[in-house]
Ligand binder design. Structure first.
Ligand code: ATP
Ligand code: MG
Length: 447
């Protein structure tokens, strides 16, 4: 098996070797190369020290992003290549990253500090595969196994717990028994990690093809990282519309949306407020009134804690907060939603609704998916007809209102929005004369 690195990457390796150093491909690109998957990025490991790497690169642009850890990023033909000096990790004092890094002259030592055996292989175009920890065998067995003693490796850096679940979700690998047991046992250490690192790993995990299965098999780990979701696990849904508890329902919904971060997070969180609002009626049927609002509130808290950007957080919260009824919306409702959310968010919301529908009891799936599809079709027609959806699509503007004698200030926007509401509803033509007449009335009301 050969690993075909792009020319830009080979160029970096050739320069290091021409200067008398060893340079190997290492980590994810070797793993993915052997699996026949396209690598995310290319990492090179070398016995050259950072200053030697700079010298060997000649005219190529370099960035010292991780200089402290011995990493130089080389921009080769526009491709960033991370070149890292062999190192042996120093002391880990806070379950996060090593306090110190010591450069090393040994490739094997460099591989020994890496997390999983399948990530601890190096490849050299002439010397072939360097695999001191049985990574290739584990790759064939589709197993994630820690390099060294699992509990210790997770204590050194608790992020490895989530990385283990992430690789299991993305690659569809199983966790080797001891590794699995240790990551469950060490889960409390997740609390010391920075929210940003947790967010990044969880997002990659959720986008994995096997995400639902991995979360299902590791609830205690997931709920340590996301305690807001713990009540979902034992929240049964005693209604004829459902066949799973809230947690299973959300896992199925998550599996049913395409693997993009916003959709996967929204589907996972969409019913997280159900446990808090659950009540029974006299017949023993469960009701979850107001669960979408409560879910949006909890999602907002969780996403803030994980330091999501405002834009991403607001989008996910919108999708969660609006995932509920109406089931079979009339066209004017679709038009209003399209106007309020914008095209992109509207179609994301429909994707969440379809996924939610597919996670209902079998008898109810098709009908509910059908409602969302009908709304999508209506929206496409509304867009194709270029119907007015925003204030700026109206046939009159602020200047016209000033001419009618409106005062400058917030009234202008209020009146235009009132006109748009009527146009969206279908009770007013988007036609100049009609709009001006209605505007006059609105101004009268406000005087
Ligand atoms: P991908 O790039 O597909 O997300 P990757 O395996 O390349 O996966 P990176 O985060 O790019 O992951 O890290 C590159 C390599 O560095 C890994 O393959 C692994 O060998 C090592 N590594 C990264 N993070 C850790 C860690 N927390 N502990 C130990 N080794 C790590
Ligand atoms: Mg990588």
């Amino acid at each position: 098996m050969e690993i075909q690195a792009p020319r830009a990457v080979r160029n970096v390796m050739d320069r290091l070797e021409a200067a008398g150093y060893e340079a190997w491909l290492v980590g994810g690109c070797v793993r993915d190369g052997l699996l026949g998957r396209a690598p995310q990025d290319w990492d090179v490991t070398t016995n050259a020290r950072p200053e030697d790497i700079h010298r060997a690169m000649g005219g190529l642009e370099t960035l010292d992003i991780g200089a402290k850890h011995g990493t130089v990023t080389v921009l080769s033909e526009g491709t960033p290549v991370e070149v890292t000096t062999y190192r042996a990790d120093g002391l880990y004092t806070d379950h996060r990253r090593p306090e110190t890094v010591a450069f090393s002259d040994s490739l094997e030592e460099d591989l020994a500090r890496r997390d999983f055996t399948v990530n601890a292989m190096a490849w050299h175009p002439a010397r072939g595969l360097m695999d001191p920890f049985g990574g290739q065998g584990d790759l064939e067995a589709r197993l994630l196994r820690c390099v060294g003693e699992p509990a210790r490796r997770f204590q050194e850096d608790a992020l490895r717990i989530l990385r283990g679940l992430r690789f299991a979700a993305v690659l569809g690998f199983a966790l080797e028994r001891e590794t699995d047991r240790a990551l469950r046992e060490q889960r409390e250490l997740l609390r010391v990690l920075s929210p940003e690192r947790v967010r990044e790993e969880l997002t990659k995990l959720l986008c994995g093809a096997n995400a639902a299965q991995v979360l299902r098999e590791h609830p205690e780990v997931v709920f340590t990282a996301l305690p807001e979701l713990a009540p979902m696990e034992h929240c049964a849904q005693e209604t004829r519309y459902h066949c799973w508890n809230v947690w299973e329902h959300c896992l199925h919904a998550m599996e049913a949306v395409e693997p993009s971060p916003l959709l996967r997070w929204a589907a996972l969180l969409h019913d997280c407020g159900k446990p808090a609002v659950k009540v029974f009626d006299e017949e023993g049927v469960a009701h979850f009134r107001g669960h979408d609002k409560e879910s949006a509130r909890i999602a907002d808290e969780l996403l803030r804690r994980l330091r999501f950007s405002n834009g991403e957080r607001e989008e996910i919260v919108t999708l969660v907060g609006r995932h509920g009824p109406p089931l079979d919306p009339p066209e004017k409702r679709v038009r209003r939603l399209l106007s309020r959310l914008g095209e992109e968010t509207f179609f994301r919301l429909m994707a969440v609704k379809k996924a939610d529908a597919l996670a209902h009891a079998p008898d109810w799936r098709q009908e509910r998916v059908g409602f969302a599809e009908k709304a999508e079709a209506m929206a496409r027609e509304i867009l194709a007809r270029q119907e007015p959806l925003r204030v700026k699509d109206l046939a009159i503007g602020g200047e016209d209102l000033l001419t009618l004698g409106a005062p400058r200030g917030p009234v202008i926007g209020q009146v235009l929005n009132a006109l748009l509401d009527r146009v969206l509803e279908g009770t007013l033509e988007n036609e100049r004369q009609a709009l001006l007449e209605r505007a006059q009335m609105e101004l009268g009301i406000r005087n």
